[in-house]
Design a protein around this ligand. Sequence first.
Ligand code: HEM
Length: 423
Amino acid sequence: MLDLVDRDYFTDHSILLDPYEYFEALREKGPIYRLPGRDIFMVTGFAESLEVLANTVEFSSVVCVGGPAAQMPFTPQGDDLTPQIEEHRTSFVGGDYLVARDDKAHTNSRALLSRLFMPSRLKANETYMTGLADGLIKGAVARGGVELITEIAVPFATLVIADLLGVPPDDRDHFMGVLAAGPPAGALDADDDAERPHPMEVMAGYFVNYLIDRKQNPRADVLTELATASYPDGTTPDVAELVRLSTFLFGAGQDTTAKLLGNAMRFLIEVPGLQAQLRADPSLLGAFLEEVLRLEGSTKMTSRIARKATTVGGVEIPVGTKVMVALAAANRDPRRWENPGAFVLNRPRIKENLAFGRGAHVCIGNPLARAEARIVFEKLFEHSSHVDFDAAAHGKPGNLKLDYEPSFIIRGLEKMQLTLTPR
Ligand code: HEM
């Protein structure tokens, strides 16, 4: 039997059930450790993760969608890979998405999106979220139970982004169906229906039409704002760039948020006394969600490639080497967090957890994701007096059967059948 550290994180299903055990085995090798026989360093240390995420000069994000184990589209040459990366960018999986961009191309595109996340827009979006969550949860409570992930979390997260972007209400249900049919980010298994167009392509078709229409017929809506936006230097993005940005938001914000809801629900049910405490004082929800994000954030990792030779935590990283930042492990680093495996409400400086990354690429949707989760739990408390696992689907406490999404990026339950007691 292979030692835990010798198992392949990128393909091994057994690591999915408990990636933390694997990360702890890696941590014993040091906060930054080169996988035997591979050009990948695994970073499990909190300080070392910050070092990588802050260093946008020597690291490129181009590998972060496809992951560090993906084949390189070129043979690295020289002591600065920037020109080669830019030449081959579109050959990297997702290399052209915002999260994978570097330097000015990244700051320019991020500036376009930031207008969507302005307080006034988020406030309007919050009104929509509250109504949506109310309807979904009320219906679930009336039925006495719900499959949280597919019946509440995914539709909720998808519709919230659709609303943020101003997708016409008539098209929203269709978007939901398209996205639900797609594979998760970082899927371990090949998509068994490769003939079917990828959800992002289907959505792109819609967004091209929206944006062309709004360029020609401006209205007072979010899509028009996006269609007529300009970069900070006054130049304007082409439609293809705007489409990529809009569709990427669904990819980045749908599954992650949906899975956070599931992970949070698990803690709510399993931590003794927690449900009663939060129901009695919902103002603790913010602190609760931060501790869930630390202990069980829905993004386990991200990655970078050293475009120049550098060091992390004093360890030399040769040019062309990939680095996997295990956010889930950094969030349990005992050098940063006291008693890291324990659920503790109101830890000091808990918001410094790395669930949303840090630095230039820090999750732009983090205020939205936090608000989404808070609102769902507020509505859950409003309409129900108790929530529990459905024993018929998951078995009894202490011996629960729960399946995690087979993804090396996403951490979250595939399904979660709940029973809901009305208030
Ligand atoms: C619990 C939910 C979420 C988690 C755990 C999460 C996590 C992350 C992480 C870790 C990154 C940084 C990746 C890196 O540095 O390589 C990121 C980036 C990003 N996230 Fe999120 N995210 C969540 C929800 C959302 C939502 C709701 C949206 C938008 C609607 C969103 C949009 C983005 C975008 C656009 C980026 C790229 C930012 C950039 O590269 O400048 N995310 N997210």
